[in-house]
Write a new protein. Structure first.
Length: 341
């Protein structure tokens, strides 16, 4: 993989935000979903069922607006830190498409970009696939530019502390006996065995819980947004099933933390704020959802720290037992020979 192994041969001259992308009107929804499952032979009949979730919100996912805001805020933060670099933005699945952005960067004469991906944890879809996207963007755009992905940041102190702040804000009004539940996007078990996704989620959740509730405090980890045929095992418990279990244990209030998501998008709006919230109400459980890290000051500083690790050779920051993730992911990490159909 050329992106992973190229040595620096140019001064860093730009920053690229790389994200998932999302539709911004009704007409975008089906083309967007086709992009998401490209190459997997998923019929439109299955996609139309997913599309109904987007139609509840007029076909608009908030993720693109979140990325626009992140780009604008990051530009200001870089300026405050005397980092004079332009910020670009490209998506995996919807406009602005990554290849188009890379072509624009090439046209602007950029030669070495640091790439910040809006995914904090290891997995095929959350890390390696983005690295493959970068390679494909170079092939498709014919651009002569070095795209250097910044490391994962699941245990960076700024990322952790942002979640702590957001949880503490909710705990001001939530009942004291509320159950703390962290959620993340489920992935097939066959993918999970090839990466540290679950280990990293538990590491981050433990760090956050200790800072909010104290040492030896309990938390739960549940998953959401599974897709694909039911015969393929995915990580469990599903958040809705977990709420049913908690109801049987007489839990009356939950604080749900979408740890696996850096910003609001459809998996948060529908799977948590709509579906899981309704499940909780049906079970007579009070439902409190913690805000994602979004564009908080500490999260922006996290991104600046990752950039300065490369610009100034600053020591990588991390908390917990796992240490900072390496700049170059292990070659055999997050492999997925077959993405389940």
């Amino acid at each position: 993989m050329q992106i992973l192994n190229l040595k620096k041969n140019n001064e860093v001259d730009s920053i690229l935000i790389l994200s998932f992308g999302g539709p911004e009107k009704q007409e975008d929804v089906m083309p967007f979903l086709r992009n998401v499952v490209s190459g997997r032979n998923v019929p439109d009949s299955r996609l139309e069922k997913v599309a109904e979730q987007y139609y509840l919100f007029n076909g608009v996912s908030p993720i693109n607006d979140q990325c626009r805001l992140l780009k604008n805020r990051l530009e200001l933060e870089l300026e405050k830190n005397a980092i004079n670099l332009p910020v670009y933005w490209g998506n995996r699945n919807w406009d602005p498409m990554l290849a188009d952005t890379v072509k624009q960067m090439d046209s602007d004469g950029k030669k070495h970009a640091l790439v910040f991906v809006t995914s904090a944890f290891s997995s095929y879809s959350g890390c390696r696939q983005y690295r493959q996207d970068l390679e494909l963007s170079l092939e498709n755009s014919k651009a002569d530019i070095y795209l250097q992905k910044l490391r994962l940041y699941f245990n960076h102190p700024g990322f952790i502390d942002t979640w702590v702040d957001n949880i503490n804000e909710v705990l001001k009004t939530a009942p004291k006996d509320s159950k703390l539940i962290f959620t993340a996007h489920s992935i097939p078990e066959s993918m999970a065995v090839n990466c540290d996704y679950v280990k990293q989620l538990h590491d981050a959740a433990k760090l956050i819980t200790e800072k909010t509730l104290g040492e030896n405090s309990d938390y739960d980890l549940a998953f959401q947004s599974r897709s694909g045929p039911p015969h393929i095992p995915w990580l469990e418990p599903d958040i809705n099933q977990h709420l049913e279990k908690l109801a049987g244990e007489q839990v009356k209030s939950v604080v749900v933390v979408p740890l696996g998501f850096t910003s609001d998008h459809m998996e948060v709006l529908f799977d948590l704020d709509t579906q899981a919230k309704q499940t909780a109400e049906d079970l007579d459980i009070r439902f409190h959802r913690v805000a994602t890290v979004g564009v908080s000051d500490k999260f922006l500083q996290t991104i600046v720290d990752l950039i300065n690790e490369q610009l100034k050779d600053e020591e990588p920051k991390s908390v917990g037992q796992l240490g900072p993730w390496p700049d170059e992911c292990p070659d055999q990490h997050c492999l997925s020979d077959k993405v389940p159909k």
